[in-house]
Design a protein around this ligand. Structure first.
Ligand SMILES: [Zn+2]
Length: 203
């Protein structure tokens, strides 16, 4: 269902369903793309899943559901609680600290709900969700990705250096010199700011 044409309406149209342009999808790590559904965390935070429909759209765009995925306000609340636990735990790991045990316990409750199956279809891996409570099973996939990423123990989890972002990413670059969660958003923002500063002689 990823990239379903039904979800590609331009965000400028108020009646259009949420589409890729409403989210930050440039991060390679599923769990950190989820963290980025609250962006500009150190500036003016932008809530990119303001409604259950936005959460459904995000899950669908990330291969975890489709237009019929049942969503609710309660699910949205739980999703945001999960998201913030991933952010806090990831921020701790990036600082070489152990996450808060409460956040670890929350993540572990979610991974215990992991019931989605990874299947190979047409040469591509896809998640197949269970019929009962598929949306929570989809969020459990995000939690499993978070635990696998944060717990890898190889010191590659980093905080984005763009001053207003506070997103997370995994740095697998040679020499570990990557600085931004996504080149397309934060990397460009920093480059443009540097260019402007150089032109005006303030940098
Ligand atoms: Zn960033």
């Amino acid at each position: 269902m990823t990239g379903s044409p039904a979800l590609r309406g331009p965000s400028s149209r108020a009646d259009a369903p949420p589409g890729p342009e409403d989210f930050r999808l440039g991060n390679e790590i599923l769990a950190f793309r989820f963290v980025a559904t609250l962006s500009e965390r150190r500036g003016n935070p932008v809530e990119r899943i303001p409604t259950p429909e936005h959460l459904r759209a995000w899950l669908t765009l990330n291969g975890l559901g489709g237009p019929d995925l049942p969503v609710s306000e309660a699910l949205l609340r739980d999703a945001r609680v999960l998201r913030e636990a991933v952010h806090r735990a990831g921020t701790a790991v990036a600082a070489d600290e152990a996450p808060d045990p409460a956040d670890e316990a929350l993540l572990n409750r979610w991974t215990a709900r992991h019931r989605a199956r990874l299947v190979l279809t047409g040469g591509r891996a896809r998640w197949r969700l269970p019929e009962t409570d598929p949306a929570r099973a989809a969020l459990a996939v995000v939690a499993v990705d978070a635990v696998a990423t944060l717990g890898s123990g190889d010191g590659v989890v980093k905080r984005c250096e763009q001053s207003t972002c506070d997103g997370l990413f995994v740095d697998t670059s040679r020499g570990r010199r990557r600085r931004w969660c996504s080149m397309a958003t934060c990397g460009n923002k920093v480059k443009k700011a540097n260019l402007k500063a150089a032109r005006t002689g303030t940098g």
